[in-house]
Ligand binder design. Structure first.
Ligand code: PLP
Ligand code: ZN
Length: 418
């Protein structure tokens, strides 16, 4: 009998002082206010897990259930994860790189990587007895929470900045939960939600009181890439940074694979971050060689990354520095050019966050931080249809003609001259 998939969680530990806590809806240490982290019995996992066991699992992120912190026999899942890893030779040639891959996470159920973290968060929330799913969101998280809550038959109440893209509002509201648009930026929304979480302990705020579990979902971005590369790790990954959680967990994911014996060699993955110039607290601290992440007031079209006071900013900076990566930041124009470059070279249409990743990759390649002798993976985390306004002024029909053969022939005539 194969052992059942299940959480090998031993509890929670404070990332700062190491104090242990039970695996409940806790997220900060009572003693030092450090963030809590899920602790696993890696020996037990190593004794049950194998490449074969994973290959025989579902074609979703839940194939890595042994390394996730929730009961996986019936997860809250719309099928997130196991997205394509696309070899990007044409983009690599444009950027002067060698072996480049794009992790196409635009293909998740609600069009962003947030489905991974939400699937874990709501599975755990349901396990802990919560009936209401909530979140503070820059857009994609609200979208994903509303969809997964609808699917799980949970109530939802999600909070967004009121100036979000229309597509993100519509694609969230359609699921029928409560959608609260707050007049302010994400950091205002987040502050409000931190207070509300205290008032409403029966609400599962996925990125507040359930954050410890939620964040673990991002590790599957590393697990999948390693499996898709034939159980090898890349030399260098480029990850977009909002709160910094995803970047930190991608790094942790590669490490854990080694800990449980799924890799042949110890991984040495350089981790680089990507930010918008209009919201670049981590990139700025890196440039200034400072340990202090100074909060910024965001002003960028990359709204899904617009967190001016990133909860995991310091930890992201630490991963970037300790792995020998870099961080770049890119302007709104460069973001749009990044979206168009990825689309025209690889046929992948990303939202502004994906434009940030690709434009930053281009910068890091030009400055020699990302090198042509490296196997590189760029994480493209959201779908272009969500931020269509970013590119709609720049693209359109090649020509508009009357329905006649002559008109088309005349158009082809001008084309052949090009
Ligand atoms: C939220 C988000 C990110 C970054 O997430 P953090 O873990 O907060 O850094 C990246 N890309 C997209 C599309 C997102 O919605
Ligand atoms: Zn502590």
């Amino acid at each position: 009998m194969p052992s059942p998939p299940g959480p090998y969680v031993t509890g929670l530990t404070c990332r700062e002082c190491g104090r242990p806590y039970p695996a409940e809806a806790l997220h900060v240490c009572e003693y030092c206010f450090g963030p809590l982290e899920v602790a696993y019995d890696y020996e037990a996992i190593a004794s049950v897990t194998s490449r074969e066991r994973i290959a025989a699992g579902p074609t979703s992120m839940w194939r890595y259930a042994d390394l996730l912190p929730a009961e996986s026999t019936d997860p809250v899942s719309l099928g997130a994860g196991f997205t394509p890893l696309v070899r990007a030779d044409r983009l690599a040639a444009e950027l002067g790189l060698g072996e480049l891959w794009v992790k196409n996470d635009t293909l998740n159920p609600t069009g962003s990587f947030k489905d991974r973290v939400v699937s874990v968060a709501l599975t755990k929330a349901r396990e802990l007895g919560f009936k209401v799913a909530a979140c503070a969101s820059t857009g994609n998280l609200a979208n994903s929470v509303a969809a997964h809550a609808a699917h799980a038959g949970m109530q939802s109440i999600v909070f967004i900045p009121s100036d979000l893209e229309e597509a993100k509002i519509v694609t969230t509201a359609v699921y029928g939960g409560r959608l609260v648009a707050v007049e302010g930026n994400y950091d205002d929304v987040n502050r409000l939600c931190a207070e509300l979480a205290g008032e409403h302990p029966t609400w599962a705020f996925v990125n507040v009181n359930i954050r410890t579990y939620y964040a673990e979902g991002s590790k599957t971005l590393a697990f999948e890439v390693a499996e898709q590369l034939g159980w090898m790790v890349p030399d260098h990954v480029v990850v977009p940074v909002a709160s910094g959680s995803q970047l930190v967990k991608v790094h942790k994911g590669f490490d854990e694979l080694h800990k449980v014996g799924l890799l042949d060699e110890e991984p040495h993955v350089r981790v680089s971050g990507a930010q918008a110039a209009g919201c670049s607290p981590v990139a700025t601290a890196f440039l200034e060689k400072s340990d202090l992440i100074r909060p910024q007031k965001p002003k960028t079209i990359a709204k899904s990354l617009a967190i001016g006071n990133p909860a995991d900013g310091w930890y992201a900076l630490d991963v970037i520095r300790s792995t020998g990566g870099g961080v770049g930041s890119v302007t709104d124009e460069e973001i749009v050019e990044g979206i168009r470059l990825l689309a025209r070279t690889e046929g992948i249409f990303a939202e502004t966050a994906g434009g940030v990743t690709i434009a930053t990759l281009a910068k890091l390649a030009a400055s020699g931080v990302v090198r042509p002798d490296e196997r590189v993976v760029a994480y493209v985390t959201g779908l272009g249809l969500k931020t269509i306004d970013a590119v709609s002024p720049h693209v359109g029909p090649t020509v508009t003609i009357p329905p006649s053969m002559e008109a088309f022939a005349a158009f082809m005539e001008t084309e052949s001259g090009r």
